[in-house]
Design a binder for this molecule. Structure first.
Ligand SMILES: [Zn+2]
Ligand SMILES: [Zn+2]
Length: 76
């Protein structure tokens, strides 16, 4: 038990608090990616929480896919 906050597991306000070990850091929110968190890695070696994508387009662009607009070339 912690002598300062008298708890088994210190809350983040306690000086003895040890943050959980982050394996990677999210390039979007800057928070650690912890055990059992869902995350995605792209070809640039960046990591992001699954929940940190604003949508499918955001996800695709981050993964390096170009979002194109089909143009109508049938006018010849
Ligand atoms: Zn404590
Ligand atoms: Zn994140």
């Amino acid at each position: 038990m912690c002598r300062l906050c008298l708890r088994d597991k210190c809350p983040s306000a306690c000086p003895n608090y040890i943050p959980p070990k982050a394996y990677y850091y999210c390039s979007e929110c800057g928070q650690g990616i912890f055990e059992s968190d869902e995350y995605i890695e792209n070809d640039d070696g960046e990591y992001r929480h699954y929940d940190c994508f604003r949508g499918i387009k955001d996800l695709c662009e981050w993964l390096g896919y170009e979002i194109k607009t089909m143009e109508n070339n049938d006018y010849d």
